[in-house]
Design a protein around this ligand. Structure first.
Ligand SMILES: Nc1ncnc2c1ncn2[C@@H]1O[C@H](COP(=O)(O)OP(=O)(O)OP(=O)(O)O)[C@@H](O)[C@H]1O
Length: 254
């Protein structure tokens, strides 16, 4: 199989049972390299759980996860991050007391192959700082480098998370509701930032987002989850006119 034909991410027959409850069942998804996939579905459909299984936070009870053709099903979160997987969470994962620059610099340092010990690779640390400032300029936080991350507005925190992701140099990026809690004035800017990350870096992106207008404006394909499984995976137009999707999820208000 040629490299370009290898999917960036492949989940096969994925299942997760917790206690007596089936959270995921028979989830199959093949994501081509460089594509941008939206993941939608009603509350509790299993979207975040799928991201948790893909990133290694949760272990599936059946099925496999492959990243770039490599089986990572039993591996740790850390190992998957090293294999090029990055993600954001519904709630922020920033270091609130550290500066905006420092949050991204640490990610850059790791992305450059260094450790988190600044005294061990001083030259890399300098490069990491330069890169961090570049990424922060790209997301529109160039004038907030020295502020504590915790003092930023919600919209700016989400931009900072995107800058952190860019710095980690992740090939496959999972964005979990990046627009949640973002004010209407920040939605377009954040959406542009995500689009830019996808286009310039060629990252493969999977994004859970309830803000349908934003999602449909960004993605190539949409996966629809319903009761722990994927009931449709197609282009936005095909999804919007799919009768199964309409009756299961979108309803008459779509
Ligand atoms: N650790 C757990 N223990 C028990 N049930 C869980 C656990 N994690 C998730 N669930 C259940 O699994 C189902 C799927 O949850 P999940 O958060 O993945 O849904 P979601 O599609 O992301 O929802 P939302 O859009 O509201 O974020 C829910 O019914 C949830 O209560």
């Amino acid at each position: 199989m040629s490299t370009t034909a290898t999917p960036a991410l492949q989940v096969k027959d994925l299942g997760l049972k917790i206690g007596g409850a089936t959270i995921l069942e028979d989830v199959d998804l093949e994501v081509a390299q460089g594509s941008f996939i939206g993941v939608i579905g009603p509350n509790g459909a299993g979207k975040t759980t799928l991201f948790n299984v893909v990133s290694g936070i949760a272990r599936p009870t059946s099925g496999t996860v492959h990243l770039g053709g490599r089986d990572v099903t039993g591996t740790s979160v850390h190992r998957r991050a090293r294999a090029g997987l990055g993600r954001t969470f519904q709630t922020s994962s920033l270091f609130p007391q550290l500066s905006v620059r420092e949050n991204v610099r640490m990610a850059s340092q790791v992305g450059l192959g260094g450790s988190l010990s600044p005294w061990r690779f001083p030259s890399r640390t300098d490069r990491a700082t330069r890169e961090a400032e570049e990424h922060l300029g790209e997301v529109g936080l160039g004038d907030k480098l020295d502020l504590a991350a915790g003092s930023l507005s919600h919209g700016d925190k989400r931009k900072l998370e995107i800058a952190v992701l860019r710095a980690t140099d992740a090939d496959v990026v999972l964005l979990d509701e990046p627009m949640a809690g973002v004010g209407s004035g920040d939605v377009a800017g954040l959406s542009d930032t995500i689009r830019q990350m996808h286009r310039e870096k060629g990252s493969t992106i999977l994004m859970v987002e309830h803000h349908m207008e934003v999602l449909l404006g960004l993605v190539d394909k949409v996966a629809v989850m319903y009761f722990g499984t994927i009931i449709a995976f197609d282009t936005p137009d095909a999804i919007m006119s799919n009768p199964t999707v309409q009756s299961a999820y979108l309803g008459t208000s779509a």
